[in-house]
Design a protein around this ligand. Structure first.
Ligand SMILES: *[C@@H]1O[C@H](CO)[C@@H](O)[C@H](O)[C@H]1NC(C)=O
Ligand SMILES: *[C@@H]1O[C@H](CO)[C@@H](O)[C@H](O)[C@H]1NC(C)=O
Ligand SMILES: *[C@@H]1O[C@H](CO)[C@@H](O)[C@H](O)[C@H]1NC(C)=O
Ligand SMILES: *[C@@H]1O[C@H](CO)[C@@H](O)[C@H](O)[C@H]1NC(C)=O
Ligand SMILES: *[C@@H]1O[C@H](CO)[C@@H](O)[C@H](O)[C@H]1NC(C)=O
Ligand SMILES: *[C@@H]1O[C@H](CO)[C@@H](O)[C@H](O)[C@H]1NC(C)=O
Ligand SMILES: *[C@@H]1O[C@H](CO)[C@@H](O)[C@H](O)[C@H]1NC(C)=O
Length: 376
């Protein structure tokens, strides 16, 4: 069928997404945050955001989210946290190992964030990379450069955190932290996390057990050192995700998805609203970070907006419906990811490699319900 030019134009206009034009008067979705310092704002975070449960990976138990980083950013998440590992010579985002959940190359992930920022000049995004493999700052910095994020990354000048507007005016839209192996003499913008942040416990498996004191870094860890942690000027960081301990003997944990709505909501034991209020009261300050699993579930953005005094947020696109919901009663979800992971691990055993039992169990995670393996 041949359409008249005018009709074609009309049709493409109708097919465009109905999102409003980008409004530069807002900073991180609100004009009221432009004059706030970075450290006075509570930043909503997505834990292990590169590890996404999808139909293709059988809703892998190794996944902590249902949506990827850029979808989360569009919905208002401003802290992206994930793990780095070296796999076959490449720096990748993988959950403990790439056999459990392979989130792809760091370069591709950072490039996606750069693309997202390129059309959104008034957003400031924090990236926290957990670097247990101690990959060198220079290697990681090389990847930031390749992805075009090096020039956007903020370097502190020693006078305290600036306002969002000051960062935006200087086109410094990224704050990047490394948990390990930062070396600011080599890469000034890859900041050593523990100089700037204290974190609450990250291995909570009972929602009654969240607390606000530091468990890391060790210099300020413990209930009795909370005032030291706060006085040190480090920003407080609430780990608010929940694990199921599926084996006490193996100390094996998987993310608890069934309790996410309560946890990321306003009521119920361990809920985010009360947790945020409690920590900001104990810290004597409003700013910090809250890191969540399944950040599209519950109402965490509303809770964080209210805490930041944000009303009528600009430049937001709410999360789409949870893709998992459409699969809740479909047994075929087990046919891909879990099995692929088991096959890979089995191949490793055949080739004479030693495979940790824990990896096999997590790889097989989505089969557990099916076979009712129970506790191991
Ligand atoms: C941009 O945001 C400001 C503050 O919320 C609002 O007053 C203004 O109308 C918005 N502009 C557009 C074009 O939406
Ligand atoms: C932010 O601060 C500047 C300079 O002090 C002031 O001109 C501006 O009105 C403030 N903006 C808001 C939204 O409060
Ligand atoms: C590892 O990397 C090499 C070189 O890029 C490639 O040829 C090989 O296929 C990779 N192996 C695996 C298992 O991905
Ligand atoms: C993130 O997910 C969205 C929606 O599924 C998709 O369109 C986009 O390509 C994904 N982005 C990346 C970097 O994978
Ligand atoms: C929760 O905290 C209580 C009191 O500190 C402790 O006895 C219990 O073992 C904790 N539960 C878990 C699952 O860690
Ligand atoms: C998830 O956590 C809730 C609250 O502690 C608990 O009732 C539920 O059994 C947990 N889910 C699984 C699958 O263990
Ligand atoms: C929100 O309001 C409270 C109470 O007035 C204030 O202490 C806090 O700094 C405000 N937060 C931001 C991000 O402006």
């Amino acid at each position: 069928m041949r359409l008249l030019p005018a009709a074609t134009a009309l049709l493409s206009a109708l097919l465009l997404p109905l999102s409003a034009a980008y409004n530069k008067t807002a900073c991180n979705n609100s004009p009221s945050l432009c004059n706030a310092t970075y450290s006075d704002i509570l930043h909503l975070g997505a834990h292990n955001v590169a590890f996404v449960r999808t139909a293709a990976n059988g809703w892998s138990e190794g996944g902590n989210q249902y949506f990827n980083a850029t979808v989360a950013l569009s919905a208002g998440v401003r802290l992206l946290q994930s793990q780095l590992h070296v796999d076959n010579g490449s720096v990748k985002l993988c959950h403990t190992t790439c056999d459990i959940l392979d989130g792809g190359l760091l370069k591709d992930w950072l490039s996606g964030i750069n693309t997202w920022l390129s059309t959104r000049p008034s957003e400031v995004v924090t990236i926290l990379l957990v670097n247990d493999d101690k990959i060198s700052a220079e290697t990681i910095g090389g990847i930031f450069t390749a992805a075009g994020l090096d020039t956007l990354a903020y370097v502190p000048d020693g006078t305290g955190w600036p306002t969002l507007q000051a960062m935006i005016d200087k086109k410094k839209q990224v704050v990047a932290f490394l948990s390990n192996a930062a070396d600011t003499s080599k890469v000034p913008y890859l900041l050593p996390e523990w100089n700037y942040i204290f974190e609450t416990d990250f291995e909570v498996s009972d929602p009654a057990n969240y607390t606000c004191y530091a468990t890391r870094p060790s210099a300020v860890a413990g209930k009795d050192k909370l005032s030291t942690a706060v006085a040190s000027g480090r920003m407080g960081f609430m780990n608010r995700f929940l694990y199921d301990q599926i084996s006490t003997t193996l100390k094996l944990y998987v993310p608890n998805s069934t309790y996410a709505a309560a946890l990321n909501g306003n009521s119920g034991v361990g809920n985010l609203k009360d947790g945020v209020a409690q920590c900001s009261q104990q810290w004597g300050r409003q700013g910090g970070f809250a890191l969540l699993d399944f950040v599209n579930v519950g109402t965490p953005m509303d809770i964080v907006d209210a805490h930041n005094n944000v009303t009528n947020p600009e430049n937001r696109e709410a999360f789409p419906p949870n893709p998992k919901d459409a699969f809740s009663s479909n047994k075929n979800i087990y046919k891909n990811g879990g099995m692929a992971q088991i096959r890979r691990l089995a191949a490793q055993v055949k080739s004479g490699q030693t495979v940790k039992k824990s990896l096999f169990i997590i790889g097989a995670g989505s089969w557990m319900g099916t076979f009712n393996i129970g506790s191991v």
